[in-house]
Design a protein. Structure first.
Length: 329
């Protein structure tokens, strides 16, 4: 996704979203032959759920996921609705996030909403101040936003012709799939693949005072005052992540990894396959990329495999693992 398309989509989502604070006791599950159930919210109507929201509902009501999905997918919608309604009776407030007429999240009423729209523009504002930062990749899924950017001035050669750039990856979820995370990102230019390094801001989406029942429709000024402290911290983290000394420390580790021999390469690959639960095809691709029996070669093999994956969630998972390998002994 390019930046223009992302901004258009986030603006569209902003226009078509609805956030409600509701008492659990007022919610009602209604059988739906096509999707298992819909949730009825007084005064607003009935809404289908996304896959993510179905999972959240099952977890919050402590209905085993396997049993929930079995009822949902085997034509037992009335039984599913009965189970859900039986456990919705606890008196607690929930934040229900709705987009395009579908419930996309069922959260605590103390959930701190870090909206992708605001986060993107804050990040872009910081990038403009440096002028040398370029966006490398943007992905927006049903549950996550991923933004990767690199700084052209943060560039070093690991070996002749093997240049890496320092950058940043920002991850955010509006639906409770992850806390906001801002971490260093290293891009290897020769193959266009990267690894994510473990120095991060992890901010749990909690902390607001209890909100009143009803639709959330804060003014711009109210939101700005409410979030000023956390947005200031995010700015600081973005600036700190594009730090030359931090980048140089990772370059040093990468250079050192070129001297660490892998004595048992097949065993090393088997360990990675088991740890990441890779398929046989992915294992063969990993072996193909592992052409240099060093720690650096193994890290790059994982990063190369990550770059081939179509699923961005799986790609990021492997890039994280490549970063963990660099830090490990």
């Amino acid at each position: 996704m390019n930046l223009v398309d992302l901004v258009r989509e986030l603006e569209r989502q902003k226009r078509n979203r609805l956030d409600l604070i509701v008492e659990s006791t007022t919610l009602k599950a209604v059988p739906d032959e096509g999707d298992g159930i819909r949730l009825e919210i007084p005064e607003y109507g009935e809404f289908p759920l996304t896959e993510w929201a179905h999972g959240q509902l099952a977890d919050k009501l402590e209905i085993p996921r396997r049993y929930y999905e079995r009822m949902r997918n085997s034509g037992k919608s009335e039984l599913l609705a009965e189970n859900v309604n039986a456990w919705l009776g606890e008196r607690e407030r929930r934040l229900i996030r709705i987009l395009d007429g579908r419930i996309r999240a069922i959260l605590s009423d103390r959930y701190r909403m870090m909206d992708n729209y605001d986060l993107i523009f804050l990040a872009l504002d910081e990038f403009k101040k440096k002028e040398t930062v370029e966006i490398y990749r943007i992905d927006l899924t049903e549950t996550m936003l991923y933004l990767k950017a690199v700084d052209r001035t943060l560039a070093e050669s690991i070996r002749e012709g093997d240049v890496v750039h320092g950058g940043i990856i920002i991850r955010n979820s509006e639906v409770g799939a992850s806390a906001l995370r801002i971490e260093p990102f290293i891009l290897r230019r020769v193959c266009g693949n990267g690894l994510i390094l473990q120095q991060s801001l992890k901010k749990i989406h909690l902390g607001r005072e209890t909100l009143e029942i009803g639709e959330i429709n804060w003014s711009h000024e109210t939101r700005e005052l409410e979030d000023r402290a956390i947005w200031a911290k995010i700015r600081d983290i973005i600036r700190a992540t594009f730090d030359k000394q931090i980048f140089q420390s990772w370059v040093k580790k990468l250079r050192e990894s070129t001297q660490v021999k892998i004595e048992k390469p097949i065993e090393a690959v088997e360990n990675i396959v088991g740890h990441l639960n890779l398929s046989e095809e992915q294992k063969q691709r990993l072996l193909m990329h592992f052409s240099e029996p060093t720690k650096y070669g193994l890290i790059n093999a994982v990063a190369n495999l990550a770059g081939e994956l179509k699923d961005v969630e799986e790609q990021v998972k492997l890039e994280e693992f490549a970063g963990e390998m660099l830090e490990g002994e």
